[in-house]
Design a protein around this ligand. Sequence first.
Ligand SMILES: *Cc1c(COP(=O)(O)O)cnc(C)c1O
Length: 389
Amino acid sequence: MVHNKLSKEHIVAHVGDDYKKFHGAVVPPIYENSLFIFETFEEFNEAMESEHNHYLYWRGRNPTVEIAEQKIASLENGEQCKLFSSGMAAISAAILSFVKTGEHVISISNIYGPTTKLFKYLEKFGITHTNITSKKIETIEKHAKPTTKLIYMESPTTMTFQIINLPEVTALAKQKGLHTIIDNSWATPIFQNPIELGVDVVVHSASKYLGGHSDLVGGALITSEDVMERIFYNEYQLLGGVMPPYEAWLLMRGLRTLPLRMKAHQETGLKIASFLDKHPSVKKVNHPGLETASDFELGKRMLQGYSGLLSFELYSNSFEHVKKTINALEHFKIGVSWGGFESLVLSPNNGRNDEYLKKNNIDPGLIRISAGLENEEDLMDDLDQALLI
Ligand SMILES: *Cc1c(COP(=O)(O)O)cnc(C)c1O
């Protein structure tokens, strides 16, 4: 059989690695140098004039960082990737690259909290924003103004894990001349490749599954060569939130096992979701891979698999009950973030934010869990005992 596309397993193992360049080292070294020196002033000047083609300074290109970038670009089937110091640095760079004063951004359904805060922050520069709670294409179209320049999405959506019809949105965007950005942290490039569905820019929090070991914070931005050249000289170099080489090296180490880890997260996540779906204390499970999920069919068209981050809603949805359930869990640790080896739990309900929850269509009894790489029976037993409290 002839594969004309590189397998994801091959990409993480070999793409970007140049064994000759590093004396045959099977694991590339960390280039922990802030600058590169030149033999002649002419060569130096040439590098200064086109930094995106040369090694010059830390806030530009670095051989270690580039290996991880090439792997991620290839996994996403995009032309280029740049790594940032955090997911938010990548998200800010992507958004700022497309909008200026007087322009408007649309975001769809539930998106990551700090990203919404960033849109609010940008109001001080005269950039406005509308969040559309519906995923219906007619509603999205109705909210597009003459000043709208960008559609920002996450699919599956934050906290509620609903699926957005990406080909429908990108078709609308192309027709209206709008740019599109998607935060693909949940699915990872293993399970969703939005560039193939027409999205202009993909961003990731590398702090989640890409790193996978809860030992680094980073971000990735994947796009075409043209868009990247502009971002490199502007938002990347001028805002300066670049990934340091040590973090890139850790990220590369995490990437080596990404396909394997995602398989395990998928399996455990699905088992936990069906277990919770049948549980008498659980009103609803938010996981696009459940056959009973309203977005199941749509999700199958967009996703090649499911990660291990999901949420469920308790019948008894008071803050008191949410608190009791979370405190009763033992294997699931209480904390932010997700996508690591360890199972985690939290709820957006803090007992003082009813208004916020209502506005964002989040049930007060919602609990989010990140299924880690532990034994799945242990995790289900843990949930069972906590839910019966
Ligand atoms: C964590 C997260 C981010 C932000 O990433 P940082 O690396 O924490 O800056 C963005 N989007 C999603 C969906 C996230 O979960």
